[in-house]
Write a protein that binds this ligand. Sequence first.
Ligand code: GLU
Length: 506
Amino acid sequence: MADLPDFHPEPLPALAAAVADPEGQVRVRFAPSPSGPLHVGNARTALFNWLFARGHDGQFILRIEDTDAARSAVAYEQAIMEDLAWLGLEWDEGPDRGGPASPYRQSDRLAIYRAQAETLLADGVAYPCFCTPERLAAEQELARRNHQPYRYAGTCRAIDPEEAARRRAAGEPCAIRFRTPAGPIAIHDRLRATLTFDAADFGDLVLLKSDGVAAYNFAVVVDDALMGITHVIRGDDHLANTPKQVLLFDALGFPRPDYLHLPPVVGANGRPLAKREGGATLVALRGDGILPAALNQYLATLGWARDDMEIAVDLERLAADFTTAKLSHRAAHHDVARLHHFQKLHLRRLPTDLLARLALPFLQRAGLVATPPAAGERDRVEEIVAALHDEIHHLPDLPEQIDYLFQPPGAEEIRSRLATEPDGRAAIDALATALATTPLTDGDSAAAILKGARRASGLKGRPFFLPVRLALTGRDHGPDLATLLTLLGGDEAITRLRAASAHLPD
Ligand code: GLU
């Protein structure tokens, strides 16, 4: 600690008053650690904070918690900001845009934590701890062997403050510890009854490590206090930190914020979604063409019972509806089918040109469209998307769903599928003839051609329609035949029908 810069701490309340709104404006924060990509679990936390802020005309603050230098990466910080912006969860203050409580990255706030630790030291609420890492490790090992939770033995608590100051001034390495007051700690959480903890379970907390870096809980509290955070909304995996944090708020002379611990989001195995669980990261979901509006609506259902599951709902609606009274503290299941359901609702109301733009890379990756698209390919994709808009649900499945519009079905496939259709040839030939004699210009003319061909074949219903569809697409289901003919065009349809006919035995 000998290398610490001089500091002149302003009294905390003065600093905080500069940030907090005297009218009691709501200020919430999303405080990710940049040690992995954003996933469904922490995106839900970000969304609920954002909704709460917007619903209360409050402020949403982004704070990057990167005091764990070994696990933090700037690339993750960037990726998290990109994901939040993509979701539309714009922040009012943050590392990139500043704000009255700057800086917003914990690694840029180390001097602030040190200054506040010194204040607690001067007040006698904290003390220097000279215990060596080896000594602490031995204490921990002993606790482990006795199957007891570890807590600091309190060795340096009793050192005379003057002697401690002398040793510190002489450069002896030390941490700064909080003199944790004994007794029960009651915490009010908005989703739960009052929870009671015992300070004896964790003992004297480290505030600053001997290298001068703030311990996690101390940094969080100093930041929440100085940033004027009124409500802490976070995952309930932080519940064990809350009693420690409220004691630190008390020691710093700040009112405790309101707490709301959200239920965990669990995967199929019932375990909380791991940060690196592939499919649940926003990067993976974006790669699957999931729309931000669909993801937001899905995230909103994780712990919030909503009854408008059948309509597409946007962020503004969610913000207007959001109330913590409707939240549950029971674990929420990550349910991909529900996400895809919302995706379907949102894709449906997307303008066709946007859907075509979204679909294009999936078709390119599958080799159905050139990269960059050849002349006319963009228009063709737009034409297909316009015709099939309501049937497009999941973009990664799209190439498989419509590949026959880009390439004819295989001869063998047609042969084997048509083998069980005794009237196949009559149907196919009748349609080829009708197409050759009547121009196919639009959906209406396609319907008329189909009707005429069916009559000419003497067939009714399925025995006519199925072989025709099989000949054109190699499949037994798809868009209605008039749409299909329009999308293929008369010439291509005739070519495919004739090829199919040629494959059939006489
Ligand atoms: N940095 C913590 C995390 O990413 C969040 C801390 C908090 O919300 O208090 O889990």
